[in-house]
Structure formats: structure tokens, C-alpha cells
Ligand binder design. Structure first.
Ligand SMILES: Nc1ncnc2c1ncn2[C@@H]1O[C@H](COP(=O)(O)OP(=O)(O)OP(=O)(O)O)[C@@H](O)[C@H]1O
Length: 215
């Protein structure tokens, strides 16, 4: 019997897996093979994790149409470019690959403009915020803290001139964006934001709850 007549043909092998990474090594964008324990893969993996968190946050932002949706997708695209920069060591890659994966500092300026715009609408902050404020806000806070970890694991690569400085700046500014975006999302949904307030009398709770109101 030929394959054409087989009622249950085996599906064609997927190219999702090549098995080349089974022994714990993988490829950088310049073709170099390194252990998956390398700092570069740690940073790439953390940036990828951040993008997944943004996907969750955006799922909730879309439900309420709070206006952050397009920005979050735009950031996910930029994180692909951050990953390409990290995966192409500045100090050991061909010039053509370097220029193709350069990360434009203009991306940082755009984030700053978004931060300024959102922050100008928020009430000023006097206390530490506890991640709170509804579904969109809490996932945006998670994005903020995962982003800070992505920054921590990327900084040594920037210091070693493996990744560009613009990438370090972008991740640093991005956690600030998530902070204001989380507060904005809570305000948009008229949710309660929880704050920590230091009290002298330790019988009293440190928790303060406040609804955010538009400035
Ligand atoms: N564990 C990991 N953490 C972060 N980045 C990774 C990891 N594994 C691979 N990568 C990066 O992501 C790219 C795609 O990953 P993929 O899983 O296809 O690679 P692989 O494990 O080397 O291959 P395969 O899964 O086909 O055996 C790799 O080329 C590498 O740059």
C-alpha cells in the first residue's frame, strides 16, 4: 500500500523541534553555540517571560478597553528587537548582523512620552503601592516586577558590551511604564488601590485603601 492510500498517514514532522538543543546548548543569532545556562539565554528567556506576562495583562485590558492595548502589543514587538540585540553579541558578531539588530534609542523616548501622558492624569503618589487595583492593574504590576528582573539579568550584558546601552535603558524605562500603566488601569476601572503606610502604633494596620480619581 502506498502512503496515498494509507487512511492514517503519519503527520509530517514539525519544524518546531530540531532536537539540536537537547544537549543543553543553543544558537545565538550570529550562529555561535552556547550552553543554555549562559547569561545571554538567561536574559533572552526573561524577556520572553515578560512578553508572556504582557499577553496576560493585555487580555484583561482588552476586556475593559482601557486604551493600553495597542501600547502593550507595540511593547511586545519591541521586546523581540531587545531579544535580537541580546542574542547578537556586540563584541563578537559580524557588522552586518550588528547593524540589523541595533536597538534604536528613540524607543526609549517613545516610552517616556507614554509615561508622561499617563502620569499627568494620575493623582500624586505619597506611599508605597501594594500591587492591587483590579485584574488589568495587578497583571501590569506583575509585568513591572518581571521587567525589573529582565533588567537585572541584562545589565551585566550591557556592562560587558554584549548588549547595547539602549536595551538597558529601554528595560529600565519599561518598568516605569508598567508602574504608571497599572495605576492608570486601576483608575480607569474605578478600582481600589492599596497602599502601605508606616504606623507608629503597631496595633494598627499598615494598609490604606483608596479609590483613584482622575486628576
Ligand atoms: N531555554 C532557553 N531560554 C532562552 N532562550 C532559549 C532557550 N533555548 C533556546 N533559546 C533561544 O531561542 C531560540 C529558539 O529556541 P529553540 O527551542 O528552537 O532552540 P533549541 O532548544 O536550540 O532547539 P530545539 O528546541 O529545536 O531542540 C534559540 O535559537 C535560542 O537563541
Amino acid at each position: 500500500m502506498t502512503d496515498d492510500n494509507n487512511p492514517n498517514p503519519k503527520p509530517k514532522k514539525s519544524n518546531v523541534y530540531t532536537r539540536t538543543g537537547d544537549k543543553g546548548k543553543s544558537s545565538l543569532y550570529n550562529g555561535e553555540r552556547r550552553s543554555k545556562t549562559d547569561d545571554i539565554f538567561n536574559a533572552l528567556g526573561t524577556v520572553d517571560e515578560l512578553s508572556s506576562c504582557i499577553g496576560i495583562a493585555n487580555h484583561y485590558c482588552k476586556k475593559v478597553e482601557n486604551g493600553l492595548e495597542d501600547k502593550l502589543v507595540e511593547i511586545q514587538c519591541k521586546l523581540i528587537e531587545v531579544g535580537s540585540n541580546i542574542a547578537t553579541p556586540r563584541n563578537s558578531s559580524h557588522t552586518s548582523k550588528l547593524s540589523f539588530t541595533s536597538f534604536d534609542e528613540e524607543n526609549v523616548n517613545l516610552l517616556e512620552a507614554w509615561i508622561d501622558n499617563l502620569d499627568s492624569q494620575l493623582p500624586p503618589l505619597k506611599n508605597f503601592i501594594l500591587p492591587s487595583g483590579g485584574e488589568s492593574a495587578v497583571f501590569l504590576h506583575q509585568c513591572r516586577s518581571v521587567c525589573r528582573r529582565a533588567e537585572r539579568v541584562t545589565v551585566p550584558l550591557v556592562e560587558a558590551e554584549v548588549a547595547e546601552q539602549s536595551v538597558g535603558k529601554y528595560l529600565n524605562r519599561l518598568s516605569d511604564f508598567f508602574f504608571v500603566a497599572a495605576r492608570y488601569a486601576a483608575m480607569f476601572e474605578k478600582q481600589i488601590e492599596n497602599y502601605y503606610e508606616q504606623r507608629r502604633d503597631d496595633k494598627e494596620s499598615n494598609l490604606v485603601k483608596r479609590e483613584l480619581s482622575k486628576q
